[in-house]
Design a protein around this ligand. Sequence first.
Ligand SMILES: Cc1cc2nc3c(=O)[nH]c(=O)nc-3n(C[C@H](O)[C@H](O)[C@H](O)COP(=O)(O)OP(=O)(O)OC[C@H]3O[C@@H](n4cnc5c(N)ncnc54)[C@H](O)[C@@H]3O)c2cc1C
Length: 416
Amino acid sequence: MRYSIVTLAREALSGNRGWTPAWREPEPKAEYDIVIVGGGGHGLATAYYLAKEHGLTNVAVVEKGHIGSGNVGRNTTIIRSNYLLPANTAFYEHSLKLWEGLEQDFNFNAMVSQRGVLNLCHTDGQRDTYARRGNAMRLNGVDAELLDADGVRKIAPFLDFDSARFPIEGGLLQRRGGTVRHDAVAWGFARGADTRGVDILQNAEVTGIRVENGGAVAVETTRGVIRAKKIGLACAGNTTCVASMAGLRVPIESHVLQAFVSEGVKPLIDQVITFGAGHFYVSQSDKGGLVYGGDIDGYNSYAQRGNLYVIEDVHEAAMALWPGLGRLRMLRHWGGVMDMSADGSPIIGTTPIDGLYLNCGWCYGGFKATPASGWCFAHTLATGVPHALNAAFRLDRFATGDLLDERGAGAQHNLH
Ligand SMILES: Cc1cc2nc3c(=O)[nH]c(=O)nc-3n(C[C@H](O)[C@H](O)[C@H](O)COP(=O)(O)OP(=O)(O)OC[C@H]3O[C@@H](n4cnc5c(N)ncnc54)[C@H](O)[C@@H]3O)c2cc1C
Protein backbone atom coordinates (compact mmCIF):
# COMPACT_ATOMS: atom_id res chain seq x y z
CA MET A 1 0.00 0.00 0.00
CA ARG A 2 1.49 3.30 -1.09
CA TYR A 3 1.10 6.20 1.34
CA SER A 4 0.07 9.50 -0.22
CA ILE A 5 -2.33 12.39 0.21
CA VAL A 6 -4.80 10.49 -1.97
CA THR A 7 -4.62 7.37 0.27
CA LEU A 8 -5.02 9.54 3.34
CA ALA A 9 -8.09 11.31 1.94
CA ARG A 10 -9.65 8.03 0.75
CA GLU A 11 -9.18 6.40 4.16
CA ALA A 12 -10.44 9.46 6.01
CA LEU A 13 -13.63 9.38 3.94
CA SER A 14 -14.14 5.62 4.29
CA GLY A 15 -13.74 5.26 8.06
CA ASN A 16 -10.07 4.22 7.94
CA ARG A 17 -11.04 0.61 7.21
CA GLY A 18 -8.69 0.05 4.28
CA TRP A 19 -5.29 0.35 5.98
CA THR A 20 -3.17 -2.79 5.65
CA PRO A 21 -0.40 -3.89 8.06
CA ALA A 22 2.86 -2.03 7.38
CA TRP A 23 4.75 -5.32 7.11
CA ARG A 24 3.99 -9.06 7.10
CA GLU A 25 4.59 -11.53 9.95
CA PRO A 26 6.06 -14.43 7.91
CA GLU A 27 7.17 -17.83 9.19
CA PRO A 28 10.95 -18.34 8.98
CA LYS A 29 12.18 -20.23 5.93
CA ALA A 30 14.76 -23.00 6.35
CA GLU A 31 17.37 -21.05 4.40
CA TYR A 32 18.06 -17.55 3.09
CA ASP A 33 20.84 -16.03 1.01
CA ILE A 34 21.49 -13.50 3.78
CA VAL A 35 20.39 -13.40 7.41
CA ILE A 36 20.82 -10.17 9.33
CA VAL A 37 20.83 -10.49 13.10
CA GLY A 38 19.25 -7.44 14.77
CA GLY A 39 16.12 -5.57 13.71
CA GLY A 40 17.33 -2.16 14.79
CA GLY A 41 17.84 0.77 12.46
CA HIS A 42 21.05 -0.61 10.97
CA GLY A 43 19.79 -4.16 10.39
CA LEU A 44 16.56 -2.95 8.78
CA ALA A 45 18.35 -0.34 6.65
CA THR A 46 20.77 -3.04 5.49
CA ALA A 47 17.89 -5.27 4.41
CA TYR A 48 16.22 -2.34 2.65
CA TYR A 49 19.33 -1.42 0.64
CA LEU A 50 20.13 -5.08 -0.12
CA ALA A 51 16.76 -5.32 -1.81
CA LYS A 52 16.70 -1.86 -3.35
CA GLU A 53 20.30 -1.41 -4.49
CA HIS A 54 21.39 -5.00 -5.09
CA GLY A 55 18.15 -6.81 -5.94
CA LEU A 56 18.74 -9.32 -3.12
CA THR A 57 15.41 -10.22 -1.57
CA ASN A 58 15.95 -13.74 -0.23
CA VAL A 59 16.91 -12.02 3.01
CA ALA A 60 15.69 -12.25 6.61
CA VAL A 61 16.10 -9.85 9.51
CA VAL A 62 16.05 -11.81 12.76
CA GLU A 63 15.08 -9.72 15.81
CA LYS A 64 14.87 -11.03 19.37
CA GLY A 65 12.11 -8.63 20.44
CA HIS A 66 9.99 -6.33 18.32
CA ILE A 67 11.62 -4.03 15.83
CA GLY A 68 12.48 -0.69 17.32
CA SER A 69 12.87 -2.08 20.84
CA GLY A 70 16.61 -1.40 20.84
CA ASN A 71 18.55 1.82 20.49
CA VAL A 72 16.81 2.89 17.29
CA GLY A 73 13.72 3.59 19.40
CA ARG A 74 15.64 4.94 22.41
CA ASN A 75 17.90 7.65 21.04
CA THR A 76 17.59 11.42 21.11
CA THR A 77 17.09 11.56 17.32
CA ILE A 78 19.98 13.84 16.36
CA ILE A 79 21.50 13.70 12.88
CA ARG A 80 24.58 15.64 11.71
CA SER A 81 27.80 15.19 9.74
CA ASN A 82 30.15 17.53 11.64
CA TYR A 83 33.16 15.22 11.78
CA LEU A 84 36.89 15.95 11.46
CA LEU A 85 38.61 12.84 10.10
CA PRO A 86 38.21 12.24 6.35
CA ALA A 87 36.79 8.71 6.64
CA ASN A 88 34.16 9.79 9.15
CA THR A 89 33.31 12.99 7.26
CA ALA A 90 32.68 11.18 3.98
CA PHE A 91 30.63 8.44 5.63
CA TYR A 92 28.44 10.70 7.79
CA GLU A 93 27.92 13.19 4.95
CA HIS A 94 26.74 10.32 2.77
CA SER A 95 24.33 9.47 5.58
CA LEU A 96 23.04 13.04 5.81
CA LYS A 97 22.45 13.08 2.06
CA LEU A 98 20.50 9.82 2.33
CA TRP A 99 18.43 11.31 5.19
CA GLU A 100 17.62 14.28 2.95
CA GLY A 101 15.87 12.07 0.40
CA LEU A 102 14.79 9.24 2.67
CA GLU A 103 11.10 9.95 3.16
CA GLN A 104 10.43 10.07 -0.60
CA ASP A 105 12.69 7.07 -1.06
CA PHE A 106 10.95 4.72 1.37
CA ASN A 107 7.52 6.43 1.21
CA PHE A 108 7.19 7.01 4.96
CA ASN A 109 7.00 10.18 7.02
CA ALA A 110 10.09 10.04 9.23
CA MET A 111 9.76 13.70 10.20
CA VAL A 112 13.25 14.60 8.97
CA SER A 113 13.79 18.10 10.38
CA GLN A 114 16.95 19.96 9.36
CA ARG A 115 16.66 22.49 12.14
CA GLY A 116 20.42 22.87 12.69
CA VAL A 117 22.89 21.52 15.25
CA LEU A 118 24.81 24.12 17.28
CA ASN A 119 27.85 23.07 19.34
CA LEU A 120 28.70 25.79 21.87
CA CYS A 121 32.26 26.74 22.81
CA HIS A 122 33.29 28.31 26.09
CA THR A 123 37.06 28.85 25.81
CA ASP A 124 39.45 30.25 23.19
CA GLY A 125 41.00 26.81 22.76
CA GLN A 126 37.60 25.25 22.13
CA ARG A 127 36.79 27.92 19.55
CA ASP A 128 40.07 27.14 17.76
CA THR A 129 39.15 23.46 17.76
CA TYR A 130 35.73 24.23 16.29
CA ALA A 131 37.30 26.53 13.67
CA ARG A 132 39.56 23.66 12.66
CA ARG A 133 36.66 21.22 12.52
CA GLY A 134 34.51 23.68 10.58
CA ASN A 135 37.30 24.28 8.08
CA ALA A 136 37.80 20.53 7.63
CA MET A 137 34.07 20.13 7.04
CA ARG A 138 33.95 22.93 4.47
CA LEU A 139 37.01 21.56 2.66
CA ASN A 140 35.09 18.29 2.39
CA GLY A 141 32.01 20.04 1.00
CA VAL A 142 30.04 19.90 4.26
CA ASP A 143 28.23 23.01 5.54
CA ALA A 144 29.60 24.66 8.69
CA GLU A 145 29.39 28.15 10.23
CA LEU A 146 31.43 29.52 13.10
CA LEU A 147 29.36 31.90 15.26
CA ASP A 148 30.52 34.42 17.86
CA ALA A 149 28.60 34.98 21.10
CA ASP A 150 26.24 37.49 19.47
CA GLY A 151 25.50 35.02 16.70
CA VAL A 152 24.57 32.41 19.31
CA ARG A 153 22.49 34.94 21.27
CA LYS A 154 20.39 35.65 18.17
CA ILE A 155 19.58 31.95 17.84
CA ALA A 156 19.19 31.05 21.51
CA PRO A 157 18.58 34.15 23.65
CA PHE A 158 17.31 31.99 26.54
CA LEU A 159 20.78 30.60 27.34
CA ASP A 160 22.76 32.12 30.21
CA PHE A 161 25.01 34.76 28.63
CA ASP A 162 25.32 37.16 31.54
CA SER A 163 26.28 35.27 34.68
CA ALA A 164 27.27 31.85 33.39
CA ARG A 165 29.91 29.78 35.15
CA PHE A 166 31.19 28.93 31.64
CA PRO A 167 30.57 32.00 29.42
CA ILE A 168 29.45 31.22 25.87
CA GLU A 169 32.10 32.39 23.40
CA GLY A 170 30.41 31.16 20.23
CA GLY A 171 29.57 27.96 18.48
CA LEU A 172 29.87 25.75 15.42
CA LEU A 173 26.59 25.50 13.54
CA GLN A 174 25.66 22.89 10.97
CA ARG A 175 22.34 24.06 9.54
CA ARG A 176 21.71 20.79 7.65
CA GLY A 177 21.90 18.81 10.89
CA GLY A 178 18.74 18.25 12.92
CA THR A 179 16.44 15.51 14.11
CA VAL A 180 14.44 12.59 12.71
CA ARG A 181 11.59 10.71 14.37
CA HIS A 182 13.48 7.59 15.47
CA ASP A 183 10.66 4.98 15.58
CA ALA A 184 9.52 6.05 12.13
CA VAL A 185 12.99 5.24 10.81
CA ALA A 186 12.64 1.65 12.00
CA TRP A 187 9.09 1.41 10.66
CA GLY A 188 9.94 3.03 7.33
CA PHE A 189 12.92 0.78 6.64
CA ALA A 190 10.96 -2.29 7.81
CA ARG A 191 8.05 -1.48 5.55
CA GLY A 192 10.34 -0.69 2.62
CA ALA A 193 12.28 -3.94 3.03
CA ASP A 194 9.16 -6.04 3.55
CA THR A 195 7.51 -4.56 0.45
CA ARG A 196 10.50 -5.70 -1.59
CA GLY A 197 10.26 -9.27 -0.24
CA VAL A 198 12.52 -9.31 2.84
CA ASP A 199 11.21 -11.42 5.77
CA ILE A 200 11.23 -9.57 9.08
CA LEU A 201 11.18 -12.18 11.82
CA GLN A 202 10.29 -10.67 15.19
CA ASN A 203 10.53 -12.52 18.52
CA ALA A 204 13.29 -14.70 17.06
CA GLU A 205 16.30 -14.50 19.36
CA VAL A 206 19.56 -15.83 17.99
CA THR A 207 20.94 -18.25 20.57
CA GLY A 208 23.77 -19.78 18.54
CA ILE A 209 25.76 -19.39 15.32
CA ARG A 210 26.87 -22.57 13.56
CA VAL A 211 30.39 -22.46 12.15
CA GLU A 212 31.55 -25.32 9.88
CA ASN A 213 35.00 -25.52 8.26
CA GLY A 214 35.80 -21.93 9.24
CA GLY A 215 32.59 -20.51 7.80
CA ALA A 216 29.31 -19.37 9.38
CA VAL A 217 26.46 -21.44 7.93
CA ALA A 218 23.39 -21.00 10.14
CA VAL A 219 21.83 -19.21 13.08
CA GLU A 220 20.01 -21.06 15.84
CA THR A 221 16.99 -19.04 16.93
CA THR A 222 14.06 -19.41 19.29
CA ARG A 223 11.99 -19.92 16.09
CA GLY A 224 14.25 -22.67 14.73
CA VAL A 225 17.52 -23.10 12.86
CA ILE A 226 17.92 -20.89 9.80
CA ARG A 227 20.70 -21.61 7.31
CA ALA A 228 22.30 -18.73 5.39
CA LYS A 229 25.00 -18.20 2.79
CA LYS A 230 25.97 -15.00 4.60
CA ILE A 231 25.22 -13.74 8.10
CA GLY A 232 25.44 -10.07 9.05
CA LEU A 233 25.51 -9.00 12.70
CA ALA A 234 23.87 -5.63 13.47
CA CYS A 235 23.22 -6.11 17.18
CA ALA A 236 24.55 -2.81 18.60
CA GLY A 237 24.83 -3.20 22.40
CA ASN A 238 24.58 -6.99 22.21
CA THR A 239 27.33 -7.40 19.61
CA THR A 240 29.84 -8.98 21.99
CA CYS A 241 27.34 -11.64 23.12
CA VAL A 242 26.19 -12.55 19.61
CA ALA A 243 29.68 -12.49 18.06
CA SER A 244 30.94 -14.79 20.82
CA MET A 245 28.38 -17.38 19.65
CA ALA A 246 30.60 -17.76 16.58
CA GLY A 247 33.76 -17.73 18.71
CA LEU A 248 34.57 -14.16 17.67
CA ARG A 249 35.92 -11.65 20.21
CA VAL A 250 35.30 -8.05 19.17
CA PRO A 251 36.88 -4.86 20.57
CA ILE A 252 33.58 -3.50 21.89
CA GLU A 253 32.42 -2.61 25.40
CA SER A 254 28.74 -2.21 26.25
CA HIS A 255 27.76 0.86 28.28
CA VAL A 256 24.43 2.45 29.24
CA LEU A 257 23.34 5.83 27.85
CA GLN A 258 20.25 7.60 29.15
CA ALA A 259 17.81 10.01 27.51
CA PHE A 260 15.35 12.40 29.17
CA VAL A 261 12.11 14.14 28.17
CA SER A 262 10.51 17.07 29.98
CA GLU A 263 6.85 17.96 30.17
CA GLY A 264 5.55 19.56 26.99
CA VAL A 265 5.85 23.32 26.53
CA LYS A 266 5.18 25.74 23.68
CA PRO A 267 7.85 26.00 20.95
CA LEU A 268 10.96 27.23 22.70
CA ILE A 269 14.11 25.97 21.04
CA ASP A 270 14.48 25.68 17.27
CA GLN A 271 17.83 23.89 17.02
CA VAL A 272 19.71 21.06 18.64
CA ILE A 273 22.12 22.74 21.08
CA THR A 274 25.06 21.09 22.80
CA PHE A 275 26.88 22.46 25.87
CA GLY A 276 30.66 22.62 25.43
CA ALA A 277 31.70 22.78 29.07
CA GLY A 278 29.87 19.67 30.23
CA HIS A 279 28.01 16.86 28.58
CA PHE A 280 24.47 18.08 27.86
CA TYR A 281 22.49 18.50 24.65
CA VAL A 282 18.89 19.45 24.02
CA SER A 283 16.23 19.82 21.34
CA GLN A 284 12.43 20.01 21.37
CA SER A 285 10.09 17.37 20.02
CA ASP A 286 7.01 18.18 17.97
CA LYS A 287 4.91 17.25 21.02
CA GLY A 288 6.65 20.02 22.96
CA GLY A 289 8.82 18.01 25.33
CA LEU A 290 12.47 18.94 25.61
CA VAL A 291 14.54 15.91 24.62
CA TYR A 292 17.98 15.87 26.20
CA GLY A 293 20.86 13.76 27.39
CA GLY A 294 24.48 13.71 28.46
CA ASP A 295 27.22 11.25 29.30
CA ILE A 296 27.17 7.47 29.36
CA ASP A 297 26.85 5.92 32.80
CA GLY A 298 30.50 4.86 32.56
CA TYR A 299 30.39 1.22 33.65
CA ASN A 300 29.90 -1.89 31.57
CA SER A 301 26.32 -3.12 31.42
CA TYR A 302 23.76 -4.83 29.20
CA ALA A 303 20.81 -3.33 31.14
CA GLN A 304 18.47 -1.00 29.26
CA ARG A 305 18.16 1.32 32.24
CA GLY A 306 20.49 3.83 33.83
CA ASN A 307 21.61 5.00 37.24
CA LEU A 308 20.70 8.01 39.39
CA TYR A 309 24.03 9.82 39.49
CA VAL A 310 23.95 10.50 35.72
CA ILE A 311 20.51 12.05 36.11
CA GLU A 312 22.02 14.52 38.57
CA ASP A 313 25.08 15.09 36.38
CA VAL A 314 23.00 15.83 33.25
CA HIS A 315 20.69 18.23 35.10
CA GLU A 316 23.63 20.07 36.67
CA ALA A 317 25.03 20.68 33.19
CA ALA A 318 21.57 21.71 31.96
CA MET A 319 21.23 24.30 34.72
CA ALA A 320 24.72 25.68 34.08
CA LEU A 321 23.79 26.39 30.46
CA TRP A 322 20.09 27.20 30.65
CA PRO A 323 18.90 28.05 34.19
CA GLY A 324 15.29 28.47 33.01
CA LEU A 325 15.10 24.70 32.58
CA GLY A 326 14.84 24.43 36.36
CA ARG A 327 11.18 25.49 36.03
CA LEU A 328 10.34 22.35 34.03
CA ARG A 329 9.58 18.87 35.29
CA MET A 330 11.33 15.83 33.87
CA LEU A 331 8.61 13.55 32.54
CA ARG A 332 10.47 10.34 31.72
CA HIS A 333 13.86 8.83 31.07
CA TRP A 334 15.24 5.55 29.82
CA GLY A 335 18.49 3.85 28.91
CA GLY A 336 19.97 2.03 25.93
CA VAL A 337 22.99 -0.24 25.60
CA MET A 338 25.79 1.34 23.59
CA ASP A 339 28.34 -0.61 21.58
CA MET A 340 31.43 1.46 22.39
CA SER A 341 34.44 0.87 20.15
CA ALA A 342 37.96 1.56 21.38
CA ASP A 343 38.50 4.53 19.04
CA GLY A 344 34.94 5.84 18.89
CA SER A 345 34.50 4.97 15.20
CA PRO A 346 32.36 2.16 13.82
CA ILE A 347 33.20 -1.26 12.41
CA ILE A 348 31.51 -2.30 9.14
CA GLY A 349 33.11 -5.17 7.28
CA THR A 350 34.28 -8.73 7.06
CA THR A 351 35.50 -10.94 9.93
CA PRO A 352 38.04 -13.79 10.12
CA ILE A 353 35.07 -16.19 9.86
CA ASP A 354 33.94 -16.79 6.26
CA GLY A 355 30.40 -15.62 5.59
CA LEU A 356 30.18 -13.67 8.86
CA TYR A 357 30.00 -9.88 8.58
CA LEU A 358 30.06 -7.26 11.30
CA ASN A 359 28.33 -3.91 11.82
CA CYS A 360 28.91 -2.36 15.27
CA GLY A 361 30.88 0.17 17.32
CA TRP A 362 28.30 2.96 17.03
CA CYS A 363 28.95 4.39 20.48
CA TYR A 364 26.28 7.00 21.11
CA GLY A 365 26.22 8.34 17.58
CA GLY A 366 24.83 5.53 15.47
CA PHE A 367 21.35 6.86 14.79
CA LYS A 368 22.59 9.54 12.40
CA ALA A 369 24.57 6.82 10.64
CA THR A 370 21.58 4.54 10.05
CA PRO A 371 21.06 5.06 6.29
CA ALA A 372 24.77 5.07 5.37
CA SER A 373 25.47 2.15 7.67
CA GLY A 374 22.74 0.09 6.01
CA TRP A 375 23.85 1.24 2.56
CA CYS A 376 27.52 0.32 3.17
CA PHE A 377 26.76 -2.92 5.01
CA ALA A 378 24.43 -3.97 2.18
CA HIS A 379 27.22 -3.31 -0.33
CA THR A 380 29.69 -5.30 1.79
CA LEU A 381 27.29 -8.23 2.20
CA ALA A 382 26.26 -8.24 -1.46
CA THR A 383 29.75 -8.01 -2.93
CA GLY A 384 31.87 -9.55 -0.17
CA VAL A 385 34.11 -6.48 -0.02
CA PRO A 386 33.68 -3.08 1.71
CA HIS A 387 32.65 0.01 -0.23
CA ALA A 388 35.17 2.90 -0.31
CA LEU A 389 32.96 4.68 2.22
CA ASN A 390 33.42 1.97 4.87
CA ALA A 391 36.87 0.68 3.86
CA ALA A 392 38.49 2.42 6.85
CA PHE A 393 35.97 0.95 9.30
CA ARG A 394 37.53 -2.50 9.19
CA LEU A 395 37.82 -4.77 12.21
CA ASP A 396 41.56 -5.41 11.90
CA ARG A 397 42.45 -1.72 12.38
CA PHE A 398 42.67 -2.43 16.11
CA ALA A 399 45.43 -4.95 15.35
CA THR A 400 47.21 -2.91 12.67
CA GLY A 401 46.99 0.38 14.58
CA ASP A 402 45.09 2.32 11.89
CA LEU A 403 42.73 3.77 14.47
CA LEU A 404 40.14 6.47 13.70
CA ASP A 405 40.39 8.37 16.95
CA GLU A 406 37.95 11.14 16.02
CA ARG A 407 37.86 12.56 19.53
CA GLY A 408 41.55 12.17 20.30
CA ALA A 409 40.72 10.33 23.51
CA GLY A 410 42.93 7.30 22.92
CA ALA A 411 42.00 3.64 22.97
CA GLN A 412 39.57 3.77 25.89
CA HIS A 413 35.99 2.75 25.14
CA ASN A 414 34.23 4.73 27.85
CA LEU A 415 35.82 8.03 26.76
CA HIS A 416 34.22 7.93 23.32
C1 LIG B 1 19.74 7.33 25.05
C2 LIG B 1 20.37 7.29 23.69
C3 LIG B 1 20.51 8.45 22.95
C4 LIG B 1 21.11 8.40 21.69
N1 LIG B 1 21.13 9.54 20.94
C5 LIG B 1 21.62 9.51 19.68
C6 LIG B 1 21.52 10.66 18.86
O1 LIG B 1 20.95 11.68 19.24
N2 LIG B 1 22.07 10.60 17.61
C7 LIG B 1 22.71 9.48 17.16
O2 LIG B 1 23.23 9.50 16.06
N3 LIG B 1 22.74 8.34 17.91
C8 LIG B 1 22.21 8.33 19.15
N4 LIG B 1 22.22 7.18 19.91
C9 LIG B 1 22.87 5.98 19.38
C10 LIG B 1 22.00 5.19 18.42
O3 LIG B 1 20.70 5.06 18.91
C11 LIG B 1 22.63 3.81 18.18
O4 LIG B 1 24.01 3.94 17.89
C12 LIG B 1 21.98 3.06 17.02
O5 LIG B 1 20.59 3.08 17.12
C13 LIG B 1 22.50 1.62 17.01
O6 LIG B 1 22.10 0.90 15.88
P1 LIG B 1 20.70 0.09 15.77
O7 LIG B 1 19.62 1.08 15.53
O8 LIG B 1 20.85 -0.95 14.75
O9 LIG B 1 20.62 -0.54 17.23
P2 LIG B 1 19.42 -1.29 17.94
O10 LIG B 1 18.11 -0.62 17.68
O11 LIG B 1 19.82 -1.48 19.36
O12 LIG B 1 19.40 -2.68 17.15
C14 LIG B 1 20.04 -3.86 17.56
C15 LIG B 1 19.00 -4.95 17.63
O13 LIG B 1 19.63 -6.21 17.80
C16 LIG B 1 18.72 -7.00 18.52
N5 LIG B 1 19.41 -8.15 19.08
C17 LIG B 1 20.37 -8.15 20.03
N6 LIG B 1 20.73 -9.40 20.33
C18 LIG B 1 19.99 -10.21 19.52
C19 LIG B 1 19.91 -11.62 19.36
N7 LIG B 1 20.64 -12.47 20.11
N8 LIG B 1 19.05 -12.12 18.45
C20 LIG B 1 18.29 -11.29 17.69
N9 LIG B 1 18.32 -9.94 17.82
C21 LIG B 1 19.17 -9.42 18.72
C22 LIG B 1 18.20 -6.03 19.59
O14 LIG B 1 17.00 -6.48 20.18
C23 LIG B 1 18.05 -4.75 18.80
O15 LIG B 1 16.73 -4.57 18.32
C24 LIG B 1 21.61 7.18 21.17
C25 LIG B 1 21.45 6.01 21.91
C26 LIG B 1 20.81 6.05 23.16
C27 LIG B 1 20.62 4.78 23.93
